[in-house]
Design a protein around this ligand. Structure first.
Ligand SMILES: Nc1ncnc2c1ncn2[C@@H]1O[C@H](COP(=O)(O)OP(=O)(O)OP(=O)(O)O)[C@@H](O)[C@H]1O
Ligand SMILES: [Mg+2]
Length: 474
């Protein structure tokens, strides 16, 4: 493998030539520059891995050049060379981002070790950069599939907001429309991308714990608080805090949150000191927050504060053009993941996917494709293994076409649409799954209410949700 390139910048010809001979003798390709202007040009053309840079140059100081490179994020480890190393120079150079400092007259053996170390550091940095780019790419909008006018408009707005100074953003949309995904895009496409992205689900945690999670606690603040704990606002400093399901937050915490949003300050539980954090807050809600405001369950001021910048993700049934591109994307994804040579979809499958209205949106589509991909035996994906509700929506839905619009009377006297078993039979499990889903939907994700609708315990509901892989509406 070819050795990495070294750029040598010195106005003294003797120094240049002897260094060149020395490093070329060791097999390194060497590029030379005798002043700052040449050095700047070579840096761009040659992209050396290491630069040996004289502090004093005829046109500009080496320090200035160093500063410029580091500001521009130019790669390459820089080793400064100087005849009179004053301590301040060394400190200043290291602060500016120089890798090391060597003094003249140069000790070649020592220099050689420094250069090797610098190369290693530069290689490490390069790897970190590549890794970071990859993470960004994975998290970036490249992963957001969809070519409908609607989604393109939404995504261009998302990118604009990501790069803006907006400090709070509200994302609304039905379950499974991609709110989590968009929150990540908002972070990874922002100038905060390299700082932490911290997510927490407000409905999954009891109020007192949520407060300690968000704001931290001092040692001894309560019985279990054996040590000081930093809250997520501190952890996410300079980054993004993702508050999923904000509608579930208690009024007390809503007030505390409002204060952070307004003056960036907060206190740990049991603390007396005001702390401050620079955090972008992204909140989501799949419930109707405006309704919650009208019903006084959600603070009006907080609602307005959050919705200064808000975006709504449209349900999949309102952008049917995205169904096939998404399905193709998921087929490719699972064929790689399961190492299964399924390429593409049959026209029957495409028709079935387009005919269904996807109440669970993209998540439901993704799960349906995953399941079908696991079971498929042919080289193209067929509708065989789609969930029954997708293949035959009319026959399995209460009050659907097959039911002929007829009604039946329940034991308690209520009239509901008659639900007949279709000629070809149906699957009890599928029907059960649909009922559980429907109950959750009608209860807007409130599990106690959904359980009551089905006259089962909350634990029984949880069990069924797990069994049917219905994601908790956290
Ligand atoms: N445009 C898209 N392209 C590719 N995948 C997507 C897209 N939108 C959503 N997904 C995928 O669909 C699934 C559901 O999305 P996500 O979790 O973001 O939804 P959500 O709106 O947060 O749902 P919930 O309200 O239930 O939390 C995820 O696996 C996500 O990666
Ligand atoms: Mg979500």
């Amino acid at each position: 493998m070819a050795k990495p390139k070294i750029l040598i910048v010195d106005d003294e010809k003797l120094v240049r030539v002897s260094l060149q001979q020395y490093f070329e003798g060791q097999g390194y390709p060497v590029v030379l520059a005798e002043n700052a202007a040449q050095a700047a040009a070579r840096m761009g053309e040659e992209q050396p891995a290491v630069v040996l840079l004289d502090v004093r140059l005829p046109d500009r100081s080496g320090m200035e050049l160093l500063e410029e490179w580091k500001e521009a994020g130019v790669g390459g480890a820089v080793v400064m060379m100087t005849a009179d190393p004053q301590l301040d120079d060394v400190k200043a150079a290291i602060k500016l981002g120089a890798y090391d400092f060597v003094s003249k007259p140069l000790e070649f053996d020592e220099l050689s070790v420094t250069v090797e170390n610098a190369l290693e550091a530069s290689e490490l940095r390069r790897q970190v950069r590549t890794l970071r780019d990859e993470v960004r790419k994975r998290m970036g909008y490249h992963e957001v599939v969809g070519d409908s006018k609607t989604i393109r408009e939404v995504m261009s707005f998302v990118l604009k907001v990501a790069r803006s100074e907006a400090s709070t953003i509200l994302i609304t949309g039905e379950s499974g429309t991609g709110k989590d995904l968009v929150a990540k895009v908002l972070h990874y496409e922002s100038s905060r991308a390299e700082k932490p992205f911290v997510a927490i689900n407000c409905s999954a945690i009891p109020e007192t714990l949520l407060e300690a999670e968000l704001f931290g606690h001092e040692r001894g603040a309560f019985t279990d608080a054996k040590a000081l704990k930093k809250g997520l606002f501190e952890v996410a400093d300079q980054g993004t805090l993702f508050l999923d399901e904000i509608g579930e937050m208690s009024p007390f915490l809503q007030a505390k949150l409002l204060r952070v949003l307004e003056d960036h300050s907060f206190r740990r539980v049991g603390g007396i000191r005001d702390l401050s954090a620079d955090v972008r807050v992204i909140a989501t809600s799949n419930r109707d927050l405006e309704l919650a405001v009208r019903e006084k369950r959600f603070r009006e001021v907080l609602f307005y504060r959050l919705s200064v910048v808000s975006l709504t993700l449209p349900p999949l049934r309102e952008r049917k053009e995205d169904i096939l591109p998404l399905a193709e994307f998921f087929v490719r994804h699972y064929s790689q993941k399961f190492r299964k040579p399924v390429e593409g979809m049959t026209p029957e499958l495409e028709r079935a996917l387009l005919n269904y209205d996807w109440p669970g949106n993209i998540r439901e589509l993704k799960n349906a494709i995953e399941r079908a991909m696991i079971l498929e035996e042919s080289v193209r994906l067929t509708p065989t293994y789609l969930p029954i509700r997708v293949i035959a929506p009319e026959t399995t839905r209460p009050g659907g076409k097959e039911a002929g619009g007829s009604w039946q009377t329940l034991p308690d006297g209520r009239r509901v649409p008659r639900w007949e078993i279709p000629a070809g039979g149906t699957s009890l499990e599928e029907v059960e799954r649909m009922l559980v889903e429907q109950a959750l939907k009608q209860a807007r994700g409130n599990q106690s209410l959904a359980a009551r609708l089905l006259a089962i315990s909350r634990d029984a509901l949880r069990y069924k949700m797990k069994k049917f892989q219905l994601e908790e509406t956290k």
